[in-house]
Design a protein around this ligand. Structure first.
Ligand code: SAH
Length: 365
């Protein structure tokens, strides 16, 4: 089997410096400037490797646009607001959100859109999608480049793409999981020589009590801290939607996906998407430590229903043929459904808001 160019590079680094932490492996696979998965391609959509909620239906982005407009209103309608999207993919969510936000023209006039995107390929795609909109737009590499002031932040399927650390519990502590080369000359998982000092004390009780051999994944939650600090100090709110678990728990969720199917995470580095579930408890704790109020998490299905997906679907269907209307029903079922293809239960929505805002749309009945 031929080796991907990134595998050659990873083997070179392992030969030089020894096995690398899973987090470093995942970072190279996704974001290596030359060979990283997101840096070189547009992986989204039916023809790509996976499909996301905004690509399934315009209703998703529209409801988020209404959420943003309502939050802006609750903020006291500031004259200038930064509408920030983390990892905007093809720009579809932003496009649908801004169209829906036309119901509140003053909000459209007040906002500047800030798109946080590391991939040159997807940036081009976003610029193409959003080209004709009459809203000022700026692109950045990271959240901390967004200028001071009140913000409304949205992130769909962004956090799952951030690299995770993995550690394995042994009798005398937790050991960082690494990627090295085994006796058969294949990339293989292994663990570090020494346990991570004092790691146990940082873990929530239910993780600390896990049996020997258990695996725990975590992200250094810098972005959650930055968002929490910005929202708490300068006002606004953030909405995060992703798949994951409500409470921190042991277990491996690192997965590789290519061409709409599962793949081996070590098989073709740089050619497949790598993700891991979002630990909503850890995310919320990080943001909360900065002084925001946490709303949710609740299941995506419940969030979308409270935001009015049924009404929106009916309105769209009213202008369509019976055949086209079925497409709307199928999309709504996919976004809110349970089971293997449904996103409604697996995906969660959580918001971090300035405590002054009170109740938030979508998070109250
Ligand atoms: N939100 C979009 C795309 C999700 S895919 C949707 O729902 O369709 C993940 C997105 O995050 C891609 O745009 C990817 O290029 C971007 N991304 C991944 N890691 C990033 C990072 N560290 N900083 C900024 N963007 C990142």
């Amino acid at each position: 089997m031929t080796m991907t160019p990134l595998e050659t590079e990873i083997r070179r680094r392992i030969a030089l410096a020894g096995p690398m932490p899973v987090r470093q492996y995942m970072t190279l696979c996704l974001a290596d400037p030359k060979h990283g998965y997101y840096m070189t391609r547009d992986p989204l959509g039916r023809a790509g490797d996976f499909i996301t909620a905004p690509e399934i239906s315009q209703m998703f982005g529209e409801l988020i646009g209404l959420w943003c407009a309502a939050v802006w209103h609750a903020m006291g309608r500031p004259e200038n607001v930064r509408l920030v999207e983390l990892g905007p993919g093809r720009g579809t969510l932003m496009q649908d959100a801004l169209r829906a936000a036309q119901v509140m023209p003053a909000f459209r006039t007040a906002l500047v859109a800030h798109l946080i995107e590391i991939s040159p390929a997807l940036r081009r795609r976003q610029q193409e999608t959003l080209r004709t909109l009459d809203v000022p737009m700026l692109w950045h590499n990271s959240f901390d480049e967004v200028p001071d002031g009140p913000v409304i932040v949205i992130a769909n399927e962004f956090f799952d793409a951030l690299p995770v650390h993995q550690a394995v519990k042994q009798i005398n502590g937790w050991y960082e999981r690494t990627v090295g080369i085994d006796h058969a000359d294949n990339l293989a998982f292994s663990i570090a020589d020494e346990p991570i000092p004092l790691f146990d004390q940082l873990l929530p009780q239910q993780v600390r009590d896990a049996p020997l051999g258990a695996l725990f994944e975590w992200r250094p939650d810098n972005i959650a801290l930055q968002i929490g600090r910005r929202v708490a100090r300068q006002g606004g709110a953030a909405l995060v939607i992703d798949y994951g678990h409500t409470e921190s728990a042991p277990g491996e969720t690192l997965q590789a996906v290519g061409r709409h199917g599962f793949a081996d995470p070590l098989g073709t580095p740089g050619e497949v998407d790598l993700t891991a579930h979002v630990d909503f408890q850890a995310l919320a704790l990080a943001a909360e430590s900065m002084g925001v109020r946490v709303h949710g998490p609740l299941e995506q299905a419940e969030f979308l229903r409270r935001m009015g997906i049924e009404r929106r679907a009916a309105a769209l269907k009213a202008n369509l043929s019976a055949e086209q209307a079925i497409g709307i029903d199928v999309a709504a079922a996919r976004l809110t459904g349970e089971g293997r293809t449904g996103m409604g239960k697996m995906f969660k929505a959580v918001a971090f808001a300035d405590p002054k805002l009170g109740a938030l749309p979508g998070f109250v009945r």
